[in-house]
Ligand binder design. Structure first.
Ligand code: BTX
Length: 326
C-alpha cells in the first residue's frame, strides 16, 4: 500500500536512526495506533525493528527478500526499473518479459522473481534458479538498432554486471565470452539475450540476467557444484540482493545511454579489459567442431576472433569457450 511505501521510505531516509512515533504518524498521516499496526506488519514480514520509549523506532535489518518496494526505494535510474513486475514464483522471467514486451511494455520494464521453475539458459539449456537466494530478472529494452547489433547488448550487460558486483561486493569477476561471468573460474552470472524483431528492425530486446547471490555450497545440485559459485561463497558474507539489482540497473542504464549516443566503442574497450580469454590460448567448441588458438579480440559485432596456429583468423559467433590451464 501507499502507507507501507512511505513508511519504508521514511525509515530508509533515516539511515538507521530512531524516528519518533509522533513523527511517523505525522509523515504517514495516520494515528499512532495505526503506525504501530504497520510496524507489526513489517515485523511479520521479517523486518527487524527496534522500539525504544521516548526515542521511537528504527530499522535494524531488512528481510532478505525482493519486492517492487525493495527494488524501487532508492533507485537512481531514469527509466530502468521504473516499471517493475514482480512475482514470487514464475516459470521463467524471460517468458513473462516476452509477453509484456509483446503487449507493449515500456522500455526499461523489469521482471523479477524469487524463484524460477524452468529458468532458461542458451541453446535450450536450463538455469537453476532456487528460491530467495539469487537474482533472476529480465529487462525489456527497445533500442533502434538493427537485429545484427543485438549481441552487443549482451556484452554491454556483462560489463555493467561486473561493474555492479565490483561496487557492491568488492569482488572482481572476469568475463568469459560471450556471456558468462566468473569468480575463481566458476560461473556466478549467466546472461541470455533474446529478440522480438522483424528482419530490419528490433521490436524489443529481452535481457535475462541470472546471478547466484546468497547460495551456500550445499545449495548447489551435484552437477553444478564444481562449475558454479555464488557471491556469498566468494565474499564470505551475504550480499544485499535489492541493492545489487539497483546498482546493476543504474550501470546498465548509464552504459546503454553511452552506447545509444556514441556506439559500441567504450563498451568494447571495457569488455576486453574484464575478459579473461583475450590474449589467451583457448578452445572454442561450436556446434560444428572445435577451433583452437589465441583469442585476439572481439569485433564490433561482438564476434570473437581466434587466430589458429597457422595464422588463420576465425570468427566465432556461438561457442563454448575453454581456457586450458597451463
Ligand atoms: P548458458 O547456456 O550459458 O548456461 C547454462 C548452463 O550453465 C547449464 O547448462 C548449466 O551447466 C549451468 N548452470 C545452470 N544453472 C546455473 C547456475 N545457477 N549457476 C551456474 N551455472 C549454472 C546462461 O546460459 C544464461 C542464463 C540466463 C538466466 C536468466 S535468469 C533470468 C532470465 N530468465 C530465464 O529463464 N533465464 C534468464
Amino acid at each position: 500500500s501507499e502507507i507501507r511505501k512511505t513508511l519504508l521510505e521514511v525509515f530508509s531516509n533515516a539511515k538507521g536512526e530512531f524516528i519518533s512515533g509522533q513523527k511517523l504518524s505525522e509523515q504517514l498521516g495516520c494515528s499512532r495506533t495505526a503506525v504501530w499496526k504497520h510496524i507489526e506488519d513489517l515485523r511479520n514480514e521479517g523486518y527487524e525493528l527496534e522500539a525504544v520509549r521516548k526515542l521511537g523506532y528504527r530499522i535494524l535489518s531488512k528481510p532478505d527478500k525482493i519486492s517492487c518496494n525493495e527494488i524501487q526505494l532508492g533507485l537512481e535510474t531514469d527509466t530502468l526499473g521504473r516499471n517493475v513486475y514482480f512475482e514470487e514464483t514464475v516459470t521463467s522471467t524471460q517468458k513473462i518479459a516476452h509477453r509484456l514486451a509483446y503487449e507493449g511494455a515500456v522500455e526499461g520494464t523489469v521482471v523479477v522473481a524469487e524463484e524460477q521453475t524452468s529458468g532458461r539458459g542458451r541453446l535450450d539449456r536450463s538455469w537453476y534458479s532456487p528460491k530467495h537466494t539469487g537474482i533472476w530478472m529480465s529487462i525489456i529494452l527497445r533500442p533502434s538498432i538493427p537485429p545484427s547489433r543485438a549481441p552487443q547488448l549482451t556484452l554491454l550487460t556483462a560489463v555493467a554486471v561486473v561493474q555492479a558486483i565490483q561496487e557492491v561486493t568488492g569482488l572482481e569477476p572476469d568475463i568469459k565470452w560471450p556471456n558468462d561471468i566468473l569468480l575463481q573460474q566458476k560461473k556466478v552470472v549467466g546472461i541470455l539475450t533474446e529478440l522480438q524483431a522483424e528482419t530490419e528492425r528490433i521490436n524489443s530486446v529481452i535481457i535475462g540476467i541470472g546471478i547466484n547471490v546468497n547460495q551456500e555450497r550445499i545449495h548447489f545440485p551435484e552437477e553444478l557444484s564444481s562449475i558454479a559459485t555464488s557471491l556469498r561463497l566468494e565474499k564470505g558474507e551475504p550480499v544485499d540482493r535489492a541493492k545489487l539489482i539497483q546498482c546493476i540497473l543504474l550501470k546498465i542504464e548509464k552504459l546503454y545511454k553511452e552506447y545509444m549516443q556514441h556506439g559500441f566503442k567504450i563498451v568494447k574497450l571495457l569488455w576486453e579489459s574484464y575478459s579473461t580469454s583475450i590474449g589467451k590460448h583457448i578452445v572454442a567448441r561450436t556446434l560444428t567442431g572445435s577451433i583452437e588458438g589465441k583469442a585476439i579480440g572481439i569485433t564490433d559485432e561482438g564476434v570473437l576472433l581466434i587466430e589458429d596456429l597457422t595464422g588463420k583468423i576465425h570468427q566465432i559467433y556461438s561457442a563454448d569457450i575453454e581456457i586450458p590451464q597451463e
